[in-house]
Design a protein. Structure first.
Length: 166
């Protein structure tokens, strides 16, 4: 099934069954290993591993959790560019999404409560090659993807967070 067909099917189904559009996402379960290494698993066998930089006691054997956040945003935006292009009958020859951020380590270390623990700012750079497409078309496609990406949405608005400690 093509991306366009899948999007059309999913859209039609959810238009007829709007109560099935909302659901709880699959949990990611993190288990602390040696030092600051963390192994994360999902219900379908998904897995990833993180470690913190040496500067704060990690061994830097794996990407940091923050890098995975940026990677998730980049992958999500690239996927949504392809989805939107397919849904609107456009062809993408290539797409590259680069996500970086600016951080202040005083926040993560709790040295200054006025400094956020997370990124202070995030930047997304997108390069799209699409036949017959002008810059305004590529900008509109990129903007649509960023606006509809669950990861960038979570980065740009306050999402309620519940904490349950057992």
């Amino acid at each position: 099934m093509s991306i366009q067909d899948a999007v059309e099917r999913a859209s039609a189904y959810l238009a007829e069954h709007p109560t099935e559009a909302r659901y709880r996402d699959a949990a990611a379960v993190a288990r602390l290993g040696a030092g600051l290494r963390v192994d994360v698993t999902g219900p379908g066998g998904e897995s990833l591993h993180t470690d913190m930089p040496r500067g704060i006691g990690g061994a830097a054997t794996e990407p940091s959790p923050g890098w995975f956040l940026r990677a998730a945003a980049a992958a999500c935006v690239a996927s949504l560019i392809a989805i939107r292009a397919a849904a609107t009958g456009r062809t993408i020859l290539s797409c590259e999404v680069r996500v970086d951020s600016e951080s202040d380590d005083r926040g993560i270390l709790g040295l200054d409560d006025a400094v956020p623990a997370g990124p202070i700012s995030t930047r997304i750079e997108i390069s799209i090659e699409a036949p017959g497409s002008q810059r305004p078309d590529r900008v509109a496609l990129a903007r649509w993807a960023v606006d509809h990406c669950p990861v960038t949405d979570a980065l740009s608005r306050a999402v309620p967070l519940d904490l349950d400690v057992r």
